[in-house]
Write a protein that binds this ligand. Structure first.
Ligand code: AHR
Length: 568
């Protein structure tokens, strides 16, 4: 049963009338009696910004079964691979047009020496990594770059700020980016054979990797060094000052941002950074926000066994991402005026307690259900609605860890419902986000007053914020091709048992036709596993003909929908 108690039709009437009196800059909502339960007003004249393709990015770390065996199976493996990288991983990343892949961590990055992972594989040392599992370094810098090349995505490196000196950071940049043939000190001089570019060539890659996106540490308030924002600001400046850039374009340095909703970190960090005019290449602020439920039985909720109340609670807490983004943006703005620095949501996803891992050594692997598909839709819609603020976002993590798109163990493999949502949201990539107003009754969170679990990067702010969940949410964009006549609308209906019939109105235009795809299952616990890799998959949506330029569409209960609207 949906916990919503208000009458939907009466709500709609009230909310539509109310909406007509609120600020809709230049637009007027028409209060019309229809058979609809909800209404979506798309306002093409109110652009938000271009949706960065990099908000659909990814993250892998040497943790549990992510690298070994999720990504790296080895060149002599019977598992289909490209140069040792699992072929299914590459194919799936290509299928979602992965734009960026972040590595080597996460917390792992801050005790990782990139030099351990280069050179002949047989000579590389084994090390005890951050997550208490030995890393034999068979997957290192070159293997990561080859993975990115095979996928066709950009590499994003997280540098070790806690345990390596600043020199290793700029030398890593030199190793990755110095031009082929090396950089002699003048045109008459010869290339130096042991210079870093020559070492890179000797290790198999004469051409530079051209890495432009660099994380300067990871979670420096925690596993990355337990620093204060002021201490980190000084380190950021020291590590990034006078780094080589070799380039036409400046490097993009991402400073360590807050733990979830810790706005104090952001405000103090920006104050400290802006106290000194030298902020070379400060391009982005990293935000980590994971969603954990407040179930009593498991510390952070269970990935597969959850009640209806826990379902609503998790989605409500996931929706806090919107507040996390706007709160940090405002905190940055108090120093930066109109912020030039962009938000980089480096890690996001639903993080549950133990119980569904593939095997004990697959630390932090968890199953992924339709609930996670809805959380993915809600989250990507938030990023799209804030296209002016969020430049990069990486789901954590791509395979075998937390909110994965893929699960793999040996020769067994499946995609998760989250993979399908990433594919369904692709039409938004690079499109112009426009304002869309959703009017529908909200859902009361039945666990609003439950204690919030300790740990992770969850929301720890006011309980007020977790009282209600939007009854329908989504985002709209105008395709860059299509002469302004193609609109993508993505919508999440979180009601467990209530389809929502919705009137969709395009201000200043009319809808000529529409098609759609929907991800929806009768059981919200539905998921894919190795024996049923296609149990959850999207289907064509049943979309009617528009009437008088408006579309009446029914969003099934607990569903994610993409509609393609063609304007007259
Ligand atoms: O993604 C798992 C871990 O979560 C990362 O290593 C860390 O950055 C975060 O706390």
């Amino acid at each position: 049963m949906s916990p919503s108690s208000s009458s939907r039709r009466s709500f709609l009437k009230a909310s539509t009338l109310a909406a007509s009196s609120i600020a809709l800059r230049g637009s007027t909502l028409l209060a019309q009696a229809t058979q609809a339960d909800a209404r979506i007003d798309i306002l093409p004249a109110e652009p938000i910004g271009t949706i960065s393709p990099e908000i659909y990015s990814h993250f892998i770390e040497q943790l549990g079964g992510v690298i070994y065996d999720g990504v790296w199976v080895g060149t002599d493996s019977k598992i289909p691979n490209i140069g040792g990288v699992r072929r299914a991983f590459i194919d799936t990343m290509r299928a979602v047009k992965a734009p960026v892949l972040r590595w080597p961590g996460g917390c792992f990055a801050d005790s990782y020496d990139w030099r351990d992972g280069i050179g002949p594989a047989s000579k590389r040392p084994a090390r005890a990594g951050f997550w208490d599992q030995q890393d034999n370094n068979q997957y290192g810098l070159h293997e990561f770059m080859h993975t990115c090349r095979a996928i066709g995505c950009k590499p994003y490196l997280a540098a070790d700020l806690r345990s390596l000196p600043a020199r290793d950071f700029y030398q890593e940049i030199e190793y990755c980016n110095a031009p082929a043939g090396d950089v002699p000190c003048n045109s008459a001089a010869k290339a130096v054979p042991d210079a870093l570019a020559s070492q890179r060539a000797a290790n198999g890659d004469p051409e530079p990797f051209n890495v432009d996106l660099w994380g300067v540490g990871n979670e420096s308030w925690g596993c990355g060094g337990n620093l204060t924002p002021e201490e980190y600001a000084a380190e950021f400046r020291r590590y990034t000052a006078w780094t080589p850039s070799y380039g036409k374009k400046p490097l993009r340095f991402v400073a360590v941002g807050p733990n979830g909703d810790d706005v104090d970190w952001t405000a103090r960090l920006f104050k400290a950074l802006y106290a000194n005019p030298e902020r070379r290449h400060l391009w982005g602020l990293s935000v980590h926000y994971y969603t954990s439920g407040s179930a009593a039985k498991f510390a952070a909720g269970d990935a597969l066994n959850f009640t209806n109340d826990e379902f609503y609670d998790l989605l409500t807490r996931g929706s806090i991402m919107e507040r996390v983004i706007t709160d940090h943006w405002h905190a940055m703005g108090t120093t930066d005026g109109q912020p030039q620095v962009k938000l980089v949501v480096d890690e996001w996803g639903a993080w549950y307690g133990k119980g569904t891992e593939l095997a004990p050594e697959y630390n932090l692997s968890q199953q992924s259900t339709m609930r996670d598909a809805l959380l993915s839709g809600i989250t990507l819609d938030i990023f799209q609605r804030h296209a002016d603020k969020v430049a990069v976002a990486n789901v954590a993590q791509s395979i075998n860890c937390i909110h994965s798109l893929m699960l793999a163990q040996g020769d067994r493999f499946t995609v998760t419902p989250t993979f399908h949502v990433f594919q369904m949201y692709l039409p938004h990539s690079g499109a112009q986000a426009v304002r869309a107003e959703f009017s529908s009754p909200s859902i009361a969170n039945p666990l609003a007053n439950a204690p919030i679990p300790v740990g992770g990067n969850s929301y720890r702010g006011s309980l007020e914020a977790v009282k209600t969940l939007a009854g329908l949410s989504g985002s709209a964009s105008i395709s860059p091709s299509g002469n302004g006549k193609q609109v993508t609308l993505t919508v999440v209906n979180p009601h467990l048992d209530q389809p929502v019939t919705t009137e969709i109105v395009l201000h200043g235009s009319s809808i000529a036709s529409a098609t759609g795809t929907v991800l929806s299952e009768t059981d919200i616990h539905a998921h894919n596993d190795f024996d049923h890799p296609n149990a959850v998959h999207p289907r064509p949506a049943t979309v009617g003909q528009p009437t008088a330029g408006r579309l009446l569409h029914t969003f099934p209960a607990a569903s994610v929908t993409t509609l393609q609207l063609t304007l007259a």
